[in-house]
Design a protein around this ligand. Structure first.
Ligand code: TXA
Ligand code: MG
Length: 316
């Protein structure tokens, strides 16, 4: 039996299958099966009033899950799917309460990864898939990270290699007159604005865990520093007997002390996004006390990286 055939059987039986997407690995469950969703929330240890994203195999499936699709949403779906964009829309009756925390809306996305698309198309329905980490922790970007995080709580993990983007999808709420970005992510705000031909605000929902002040947290303390302060901050912590890591663009961390662990050496902001979560996981694997992180420039994909770093830093 192929991996996909086995995964489809597991999902139809109400089980959980982790799968790769271009952003991060998702923990998939049948979005139309409330019992499967209950198990998903239990394994994630996620509060039941926090909605999940429903993943679809084709943009054409949108109308089965969304009651109304405003022009802005149609424009974004046509231009970005498959891709790192989640649309929040009014839900149809097909969407169970258990997927939306009781909200009238649903988050929908067609991911851009061949294995995810094979799985979704073979399964036929929608897959609820939050990032495959326990609630509040660092999202996984490799199959090994999923197994380390969830162990035997997940029936199957499809391995599609490391995720190409490395941070989650951009979430755009299209239920109001003015579309709003609820979470910055893999599709930059500038691209959303260019497609819609107007400025788009960022932030503003109470029920998005990825938007809680503290999230994406390793056990190590994360401290944001400017590039010119990396060396002094690291030396002070080392002097206090701490195990210290540094994270930032290669050009921003070149002069950190030798006894620090350099967690990644990204050359570009896109490299930084790709390396971010693996670097934060590595900080815990090697038992660091503190990570000094230099944020990248805030434009493009940098906005999502800075957002995740701030939330990781807010947890301590
Ligand atoms: O890139 C991604 O989006 C990944 C991959 C696996 O697709 N998934 C992901 O799921 O990040 P999760 O559950 O970790 O984050 C989903 C976010 C949460 O912040 C959730 O509150 C928000 O989407 N969300 C889902 N449905 C929503 C809705 N109806 N209204 C507002 N926010 C919603
Ligand atoms: Mg998440």
């Amino acid at each position: 039996m192929s991996d996909i055939t086995r995964a489809v059987a597991t999902l139809r039986a109400g089980g959980l299958v982790a799968f790769p997407t271009e952003t991060v690995y998702g923990l998939g469950a049948d979005a139309a099966n409330p019992e499967a969703l209950a198990r998903l929330y239990a394994v994630k240890r996620r509060p039941v009033d926090h909605p999940v994203i429903v993943h679809l195999g084709r943009a054409a499936d949108l109308d089965a899950w969304a009651e109304t699709v405003p022009t802005a949403a149609r424009v974004l779906a046509d231009a970005c799917w498959p891709g790192a964009l989640t649309l929040v829309l009014e839900r149809t009756e097909r969407v169970p309460d258990a997927a939306t925390g009781g909200l009238d809306t649903v988050g929908l996305r067609v991911p851009d990864h061949p294995l995810a698309l094979d799985l979704l198309r073979a399964f036929g329905g929608g897959l609820a898939a939050p990032s495959a980490n326990r609630f509040g922790r660092v999202s996984p970007t490799t199959a090994a990270a999923v197994r380390n995080e969830l162990g035997t709580d997940v029936e199957q993990v499809l391995d599609g290699g490391p995720c190409a983007i490395g941070v989650e999808s951009t979430i755009v709420d299209c239920t109001q007159e003015e579309p709003r970005i609820l979470r910055e992510g893999g599709i930059p705000r500038e691209q959303v604005e260019a497609l819609l031909g107007r400025e788009v605000g960022v932030g503003g929902t109470t029920r998005a865990p990825g938007t809680l002040a503290a999230h994406y947290s390793p056990r190590a303390r994360v401290v944001l520093v400017a590039r010119e302060d990396v060396r002094v901050s690291a030396e002070q912590a080392l002097g206090a007997g701490q195990d210290v890591g540094v994270l930032g663009l290669r050009s921003d961390t070149a002069d950190s002390p030798d006894s620090c662990v350099t967690l990644a050496t990204p050359a570009t902001t896109a490299d930084y996004a790709r390396a971010l979560y693996a670097a934060l996981r590595r900080a815990d694997e090697v038992g660091l006390d503190v990570v000094f992180a230099v944020p990248p420039p805030v434009s493009g994909l940098g906005a999502a990286v800075v957002d995740r770093l701030k939330r990781a830093a807010a947890s301590h």
